[in-house]
Design a protein around this ligand. Structure first.
Ligand code: B12
Length: 326
């Protein structure tokens, strides 16, 4: 083993997550989890929010992987790394790892381009093309960019095409069912952690637009929460009965129409009577477009975007416990 100064390795951001994973043998899902939970790296984000990694990042990841393979935990490896970085940045290089020289990435496709391509594939009912695009996008972007940068703009374009008569209802249904299916697959692929704060997510009564709440569920589960997704149009009394027995730390509701948003207010009253009372968090386009509804609705407005909503959830429900109120 030779000692290499971390500082001597280039920090120019130039590799996509796919290249980094190919070069280190680390799975994208593992890398995302290390970044999220252990702040292993802080990759550069371009104008389009996609991550770009440097040679130094790749060297760091190879070093961490090597430490883990020698039997220590990821947390201990990260602690060691921090100590090394503070003490002059010398690390054992791992030249014996049989990886090829990484090729600089072809500039990654901006997520809005993927969104438009996805829209075109879906309005042609071309499932194969849509799958290919989403597969590539999932490897290229972090989850938030994948959802906010690619899926949501595609849905907005589909909505516009439907509203202006460019596509028929059948095509809109096909497209939204396809995206919903993709999100459910991702949701089910993340482990549900039994000891993390428990969150129920769904839509207010009469609300059929469920994709936003499903996206929220995916992002919270990927962030380490125990999340159950309950779907659209939830009857409030049934939901409260269920919450009484399941004792979630939080109930998250989404609404697109004013009518369904107004019903959320009643939920807070009912939830407050439970012991322990869960937090009520809510959001969705009804609130974004009608800020007076936020004033009127009890509970916590989680945020105008899904990533700001996740930050609010993190503040209310730190992962180590049940939440500030519980
Ligand atoms: C798919 C779709 C449907 C599907 C839904 C299928 C499903 N399983 O979900 C179906 C066919 C059921 C449907 C029905 C209707 N739809 Co529709 N639909 C859409 C479409 C194309 C996509 C919706 C979507 O999932 N968007 C993705 C979400 C995530 O985007 P977003 O709301 O912008 O999300 C941001 C924030 O709102 C927030 N957020 C979103 N969800 C959540 C949740 C939480 C908890 C938090 C904190 C934050 C949050 O974060 C996001 C930003 O980061 C939209 C087009 C569009 N522009 O969205 C139309 C759209 C919403 N529908 C519309 C309409 C008119 C209807 C109908 C009334 C049509 C009709 N005449 O029957 C019905 C109403 C049904 C009902 N009772 O709810 C209009 C709404 C117009 C308006 N402003 O009121 C839209 C905008 C289409 C359009 N361009 O005119 N629809």
């Amino acid at each position: 083993m030779t000692l290499t100064s971390i500082e001597s390795i280039s920090d120019d951001p130039k590799y996509t997550i796919k290249t980094v994973c190919d070069q280190t043998g680390i799975l994208p899902v593992t890398l995302r989890a290390w970044e999220r939970r252990h702040e292993v790296l802080n990759p550069y984000r371009g104008d389009n929010h996609y991550r770009l990694y440097s040679d130094r990042d790749i060297a760091t990841l190879r070093w961490i992987k090597n430490r883990i393979e020698s039997g220590i935990s990821i947390s201990s490896a990260v602690t060691e790394l921090r100590q090394l970085q503070q003490g002059g940045g010398m690390m054992e290089s791992t030249p014996d790892v049989p990886f090829s020289e990484p090729k600089p990435a072809i500039p990654p496709v901006p997520p809005e381009e993927i969104a438009h391509q996805l829209y075109l594939a879906l309005i042609k009912h071309d499932e194969e093309k849509a799958s290919k695009l989403l597969h590539e996008a999932y490897k290229m972007y972090d989850l938030s960019t994948y959802i906010l940068g690619a899926l949501i703009p595609a849905l907005v374009e589909i909505g516009e095409a439907w509203a202006t008569g460019v596509i028929p209802v059948a095509t809109e249904h096909f497209a939204s069912a396809y995206i919903r299916g993709n999100l459910l697959t991702i949701f089910q692929a993340f482990p549900s952690r039994s000891n993390a704060p428990f969150i129920l997510v769904g839509c207010a009564p009469t609300e059929l637009h469920e994709i936003g709440s499903l996206m929220m569920a995916v992002m919270m589960r990927s962030d380490g929460y125990r999340v159950e997704y309950l779907g659209p149009d939830l009857p409030l009394d049934d939901l409260v009965d269920y919450a009484k027995y399941e004792k979630p730390a939080m109930v998250v509701m989404a609404a697109t129409s004013i009518e369904s948003a107004e019903l959320i207010d009643h939920l807070q009253e009912k939830l407050t009577k439970l012991k322990p009372a869960p937090f009520l968090g809510y959001g969705g386009s009804a609130f974004n477009q009608n800020p007076d509804l936020i004033e009127k609705t009890k509970g916590t407005f989680l945020g105008y975007t899904l990533d700001s909503a996740l930050e609010t959830v993190n503040t209310l429900l730190p992962k180590g416990g049940r939440g500030k109120r519980g």
